[in-house]
Design a protein around this ligand. Structure first.
Ligand code: 5GP
Length: 116
């Protein structure tokens, strides 16, 4: 069974979050525990627990994650210097919230891609 997470409540505005973008397919809001000067989560409105659960039906909303990431990066003024988009999956990926999400992080140099 697919269980809702706190992110579904954020999408429905049942709990507070700093939402920076929302449309019929995706929602973007600032991470509660930012790991960089800019740290925004962009998520499909439909609950997809992990990348392992993605189907062809999700291609529209998952594509939208990228167009919204590009739009928000410009809006945040970090597009030219650059940023990182991260999608964690399951235990080895370090996923904590099981509602697929893209992290948009930047606003400062981010260093090497992986630390273990
Ligand atoms: P993951 O490790 O699953 O890829 O990332 C989950 C992210 O969600 C973490 O960066 C964490 O800080 C963020 N997060 C968890 N709960 C909340 C919340 O209630 N509100 C917001 N804005 N971010 C959250």
């Amino acid at each position: 069974m697919t269980e809702e997470t706190i992110f579904s409540k954020i999408i429905r505005k049942e709990i507070p979050a700093n939402i920076v973008y929302q449309d019929e397919l995706v929602t973007a809001f600032r991470d509660i525990s930012p790991q960089a000067n800019t740290h925004i989560l962009i998520i499909p409105n439909k609950l997809i627990p992990t990348v392992n659960d993605v189907t062809e039906q999700d291609e529209m909303s998952l594509g939208r994650l990228f167009t919204v990431a590009a739009k928000l990066a410009k809006q945040e003024g970090i597009a030219e210097e650059g940023y990182r988009l991260i999608v964690n999956c399951n235990k080895h990926g370090g996923q904590e919230v099981f509602h697929l999400h893209m992290h948009l992080v930047g606003g400062e140099p981010l260093g090497k891609m992986l630390t273990k």
